[in-house]
Design a protein around this ligand. Structure first.
Ligand code: R5P
Length: 296
């Protein structure tokens, strides 16, 4: 039995198809004070195993699916976990394809919280297990108070890259994404890997240094775990074109793409942006449903 948040309907249905389990229809409304109430849509035909009349019950396990793309989405996920318990689910598994707040994995300055810890404690307080996809730092899963699984999306991403030539240069914009680039290269089965050096100046600005990268005439695939403002990819693409790259494609697992990020990427000459459906949007060309279903 799948329960998907309003932000991850597509993945919830893809996962349901892969697992051959139904999706529980839900309805949403807000109270006058703005609070969200999510409830089983008893006007819809309910799948076998779900009863919602004088009482509410659902048979078997419940898989709650939702990326915490916003504080509201986080709260909605907690509501769905509670709904699953309310219905008497035998087990509640929480799939959070994209874990928001994961980049706040340490207190970057004295006086700051470890927000990733607070986020994970909250998400795992009321679930039997948490499954996520390519978290920013896998070490943050140690903050969870329930068992966790981290699923790799790289093979799915490799299949969805589109034309990248016979000998692509697969580049991580910083050392932290090097493993991702290595795995992507192994998955596409050709090309070479390099990484750049990145220094973050502020939320939207980074400085990228290239050292011995030989991009001249190469088809480049830039790969990172997420694209948020696009600042990292735009700066990296500028440097690579400066070195004579023939083309640049940007790939990421989590296409957060805030504000005008997509336009910034295209204006930097990035030919194509490829992301997965951990976050639904215009570049979510690749589904991670099969990979997530495999661990469920
Ligand atoms: C940071 O270490 C991440 O791996 C990404 O590089 C970062 O989140 C991208 O953010 P933006 O698109 O805002 O540069």
């Amino acid at each position: 039995m799948l329960l998907g948040t309003s932000t991850n309907q597509h993945l919830a249905h893809a996962l349901a198809a892969a697992l051959e389990e139904p999706v529980v229809p839900l309805a949403y409304r807000r109270f006058a004070d703005g609070e969200l109430i999510v409830e089983v849509d008893d006007d819809a035909a309910l799948p076998r195993g779900v009863v919602c009349d004088d009482t509410f019950s659902l048979d078997g396990r419940a898989v709650v699916v939702g990326s915490t793309v916003s504080d509201a989405a986080h709260l909605e996920l907690l509501q769905l976990q509670d709904l699953a318990h309310e219905g008497g689910a035998t087990e509640v598994i929480t799939v959070v394809p994209y874990l928001g707040y994961a980049r706040q994995d340490v207190a970057h300055h004295p006086g700051q919280p470890v927000s990733a810890r607070a986020m994970l404690r909250s998400l795992t307080a009321s679930t039997d297990r948490l499954v996520t996809v390519e978290p920013h730092e896998e070490a943050i899963l140690e903050y969870a108070t329930a068992p966790t699984d981290a699923v790799s999306a790289v093979h799915a991403l490799a299949d969805g890259l589109g034309p990248i030539g016979d000998d692509p240069l697969i580049v991580a914009p910083d050392a932290g994404a090097r493993d991702l680039a290595e795995t992507l290269c192994a998955s596409v089965g050709r090309g070479t890997v390099d990484h750049l050096e990145k220094e973050r100046i502020d939320d939207t600005t980074v400085e990228i240094t290239v050292s011995e990268t030989d991009a001249s005439g190469r088809a480049v695939v830039l790969v990172d775990d997420e694209i948020s403002t696009g600042g990292t990819m735009v700066t990296a693409a500028d440097e690579l074109y400066g070195l004579g790259a023939a083309s640049v494609v940007a790939a990421c697992v989590h296409p957060v793409l805030v504000g005008g990020a997509y336009t910034r990427l295209r204006r930097a000459g990035i030919e194509r942006v490829v992301g997965t459906d951990t976050i639904e949007g215009q570049v979510s060309r690749v589904s991670v449903a099969e990979q997530v279903a495999a661990v469920l």
